[in-house]
Design a protein around this ligand. Sequence first.
Ligand code: HEC
Ligand code: HEC
Length: 166
Amino acid sequence: MFRRFVIAAAVATLTVLFPSALLGQEAPTAPGATHQPMMMPKPVNLKVLPKDTSPDQLMKIMHGYSQALGVQCTFCHSWDAAAKRPNFASDEKPEKSTARTMISMTNEINAKYMSQIHDPDAMEEQKTVACSTCHKGHNMPVPFKAPAHASSEHPGMEHPGTPPKE
Ligand code: HEC
Ligand code: HEC
């Protein structure tokens, strides 16, 4: 069952990412490389992303989610067995619903809180929170474990009374 799902997911991704590969026309482009434009229909079931998101923008966003979580499209999107392809508009999978909540959460963190931080040391990608900030390539964020000798990296913690160096 699991194996079947994995194969289905792999085929799903192939079909979506490289439709021409399945037709044997062109060598598939490696994931992450600049790929040919995909023929995606206009989205019909956007509830969180702006309704006027173009198919092109949507694909960039969706690739971003897949990479941030280290998953295939069918982690969030249900598989239409009859049509042998994912049904992207379907809300069948709970992961899609969780992702919607996560999108709203991330938007609110940035709009309401990160916008109040004006840290001159922060690089552009550090000024906002993204899916990758927490997920780092995992579908479930990995719990943080402090390194065994943390105290040597944080000298102030060895002797809590020591004044900061600056
Ligand atoms: C982490 C979960 C997640 C992953 C992975 C993901 N998506 Fe999505 N996708 C969503 C969510 C959530 C929506 C709906 C957004 C909304 O309601 O505004 C969506 C919507 C879509 C839609 C619009 C469907 C419609 O008609 O409304 C398309 C097309 C789509 N995704 C394609 C893809 C493709 C292709 C991939 C893989 C490259 C992918 N998605 C990976 C969560 C995901
Ligand atoms: C502030 C940290 C944080 C950010 C930012 C974040 N997530 Fe999450 N996400 C979590 C945590 C923590 C969980 C696990 C929650 C649980 O299972 O109770 C989770 C779980 C999920 C799951 C369910 C995974 C599973 O295996 O069931 C999906 C899907 C998801 N996130 C998608 C996203 C997407 C898409 C984004 C960006 C729009 C995002 N997350 C941004 C912290 C975050």
